[in-house]
Ligand binder design. Structure first.
Ligand code: AMP
Length: 172
């Protein structure tokens, strides 16, 4: 039987602000069958791309990214909000609906030439993913792929990731 992952994604209208339909993946993570199937499908796509590292941002990116890295026998590296990482970092700035935000990684997180898969739970406008790609490339890493559990196709985030190998498990 193939699981429809959509059955464990909950729509939350007007969160975190009016007009946004938030895709809540917590039920997917909480269900053992659905969570393992999600990681299995992410790994199936990622494995042939032979990543050394998986990069994810807090907080949901840590959950999926850590599990995916383990499934592949790869390492995991964290992209974090400013001020969270203890050693020297580099950062990338990206646009949010109002204003900008920043993500940082440790300067020594990626060895030059390392193959990195960038992961997030949701591809919306693509700004966050773009920032993570910049971080990998600033450190001399090779982006081996960009993968999402959910893609909100109506926001055309994929257009901002033009030229990269992009995949999502479910689309809305
Ligand atoms: P993006 O617009 O692609 O930069 O998305 C920004 C971040 O917010 C991503 O890390 C997503 O996980 C999250 N996000 C954006 N829109 C949604 C949504 N409708 N539901 C859940 N998470 C979202």
């Amino acid at each position: 039987m193939t699981l429809d992952l959509r059955a464990r994604v909950r729509d939350v209208p007007d969160f975190p602000k009016e007009g946004i339909v938030f895709k809540d993946v917590m039920p997917l993570i909480a269900d053992p069958d659905y969570f393992s199937e999600t990681i299995r499908r992410l790994a199936e796509w990622a494995r042939p791309r032979e990543p050394d590292l998986i990069l994810g941002a807090e907080a949901r990116g840590f959950i999926f990214g850590g599990a995916l890295a383990y499934a592949l026998g790869a390492g995991f590296i964290a992209a974090r909000k400013p001020g969270k990482l203890p050693r020297e970092t580099i950062e990338a700035t990206f646009e949010l609906e109002y204003g900008t935000d920043r993500l940082q990684v440790h300067r020594d997180a990626v060895q030059p030439g390392a193959r990195v898969i960038v992961l997030d739970d949701v591809l919306a406008t693509g700004g966050t993913a773009k920032a993570k790609l910049e971080l990998v490339e600033q450190l001399g890493g090779v982006v081996a792929g960009v993968v999402f559990v959910i893609e909100l196709t109506f926001l055309h985030g994929r257009d901002r990731l033009d030229g990269y190998d992009v995949h999502s498990l479910i689309q809305y």
